[in-house]
Design a protein around this ligand. Structure first.
Ligand code: PAF
Length: 277
């Protein structure tokens, strides 16, 4: 496994790799969710590149950029074990030199949910993914369904900018008690970690109500809210039931519908979702 720390180095190494390349973009502090993306990329491509870059432009001024968890030696060991060919760790100053000026700004879909809660977030995500795609030139790039809106944003950018790659979306990987894996779960104290199971429980409740024939999104949202409010450490930021293709909120559920939520427990904003089909 090669570890490359410059854009020029990555571009050179790219041409030494055999066949089409699968790219897994990450911000490091890897967990089983990331590794599942690497394994899938490995199955589908002769060569796999994983990028580790804590992208400053997708964090708001009051967010956790400086404190974002980092553990490079552990990440490298996990990636080596998973069969990664190249790990690309670009420096901030190369990705965003002081006179940096070019952004991917998307409308509509980035104004809702996470985009509304974190102004500028998707501008940073779309820009850095665009840069990584240009540097690595992958045939496929792998993203987790946990960041459902991010997946839609990237898919739309790739389609609308006529980019030559396929976006592969992989399922959410959960802890045995249902909590979706996330690097930010590390912020949770033991009692908060226990409380965090309420997210998946409320999504399971939504699925059950839907399976029993409920189609009124407001009623489902109210029952999810009531369940989460029984957990004193949990603070709901939003619960959304929306068209899975464009994130427009629904009153009557028409599938596929994305049920997504952010609940704050202690420090972290925890995200989770399911798709009702
Ligand atoms: O999902 C993430 O870890 C990040 O948003 C990504 C896609 C690596 C871009 O920085």
């Amino acid at each position: 496994m090669k570890v490359i720390e410059s854009i020029t180095g990555m571009k050179q190494a790219r041409w030494g790799l055999s066949g089409p390349v699968g790219l897994v973009p990450t911000m490091g502090y890897l967990h089983e969710g990331h590794i599942s993306l690497v394994r899938r990329a490995k199955k589908e491509n002769p060569s796999v590149v994983v990028s580790i870059f804590v992208n400053p432009t997708q964090f708001g001024p009051k967010e956790d950029f400086k404190k974002y968890p980092r553990d490079l030696p552990r990440d490298l060991a996990l990636l080596e074990q998973a069969g990664t060919d190249v790990v690309f760790i670009p420096p901030d100053a190369e990705m965003y030199p002081s006179d940096y000026n070019t952004w991917v700004d998307m409308e509509k879909i980035t104004g809702r949910l996470e985009g509304a809660a974190r102004p500028g977030h998707f501008r940073g995500v779309a820009t850095v993914c665009n840069k990584l795609f240009n540097i690595v030139e992958p045939a496929k790039a792998y993203f987790g369904q946990k960041d459902a809106q991010q997946v839609l944003v990237i898919q739309k950018m790739v389609k609308e900018l006529n980019m030559n790659l396929e976006i592969v979306v992989c399922p959410i990987i959960r802890e045995p008690d249902g909590l979706a894996m996330s690097s930010r779960n590390t912020y949770l104290k033991p009692d908060e970690r226990q409380a965090a199971t309420v997210l998946y429980r409320s999504l399971q409740l939504a699925q059950k109500l839907y399976d029993d024939g409920e189609r009124d999104a407001g009623k489902i949202r109210r029952q999810m809210t009531a369940l989460i409010q029984k957990e004193p450490l949990a603070h709901i930021e939003y619960i959304s039931i929306a068209d899975a293709a464009n994130l427009e909120e629904q009153d009557k559920i028409v599938t596929p519908a994305l049920v997504s939520m952010v609940v704050k427990i202690g420090l972290p904003r925890l995200l989770d979702n399911i798709i009702l089909k």
